[in-house]
Design a protein around this ligand. Sequence first.
Ligand code: GAL
Length: 416
Amino acid sequence: MRKTLLAMTSLVALGFGVNAAAAEEQVEVLHWWTSGGEAKALTVLKDNLQKEGVGWQDMPVAGGGGDAAMTVLRTRVTSGNPPTAAQMLGFDITSWAEQGALGDLTSIATKENWDKVIPAALQKFSKYDGKWIAAPVNVHSTNWIWINKALYDKAGAPAPKDYDGFIAMLDKFKAAGVTPLAIAGQGMDEMTLLDSVTLSTGGLDFYKKAFVDLDQASLGSDTMKKIFERMVQLRGYADANIEGRNWDQATAMVIKGEAGVQAMGDWAKGEFRSASKKPGEDFVCLRFPGTQGMVTFNSDQFAMFKVGADRQDAQYKLAAAVEDPKFQSAFNVVKGSVPARTDVPDTDFDACGKKGMKDLAEANEKGTLVGSLAHGHAAPPAVKQAVTDVVVKLFSKQITPEQAVKELPEAVAAAQ
Ligand code: GAL
């Protein structure tokens, strides 16, 4: 009896647990989906893979926008132990591909016709040197506002059509005695606001010149100064406790009626949904005032690392599961994003999701779709970091808009 127990104990210690089927395939996935809505969305994928006999080894690294996750990832890869896949944004994927760390999904992508159904704007990041290196999960966009419907009705502000209309709405909330704008004290939150304020203030061409072409004159222009002034103005509509607040806590303020509105990407909608709130009844989604017709997008992709032959099959299964059209619908309905494939029907999406899909398709067609700087799709990681540093200093009142507009071109040039 004792011998049997000892033998069983050592088997368990070796990993042959009673529950873990010895032959089960595993994927280890690093990601930053740790908020309520994000975690629910991820469960859809975990469950689908489980049905295919693929186990999920979770590697969550909290921190909206994924900066902390990218730091942890670097340590893992440089120590020669990459995960099967990592959630990644735009230019981060390209940067890992340049370092030769990513695997090759081309065989499965060709078999399943990804070239036909994934838009070119995403393929730019999913492919490197003609090879598929990442599987796009979704498309988010950053130029949204999320309004508490009851407070909105009570405040009696008309739907804001431009930046001035937005300020008029914030003033109405203030007059009604509510915190007008829910802001989180994170670089990601402030940068997300910068995407929208830039697009609203400077328009599409300015956004592209400043954040995509990294044109020095635009970065140091009067328009940029005005954008920084507006950032400071908006900061003035927040409460005093933004330091250390996460983006989802700011969303919760709007959900609970503690603040009127949040300017945030559509991952915020995942939080409303997770709290059983309905668009049109409990909350209102609008494009950031002055940006209707334009979309600043970011796409979460699972970048696939080079893995040994023993982990290859599970990695392919993960990639196939992510591009399954049924998964694309089920996951994105919960996440607040829209499908990465163009052939997924909008039937199961709520009104904001349907609007997101329509806006994306139209912007793609009209050429008004542009990558989000805040979320890695406009410029390389070092440039995004350089802009973040300036914006964080501006937001915490260490520098004025005048100083910020002087520092920005220099910081961006140094980061290139
Ligand atoms: C974005 C990401 C979203 C969401 C958000 C907040 O960068 O694309 O999926 O997770 O960060 O963490």
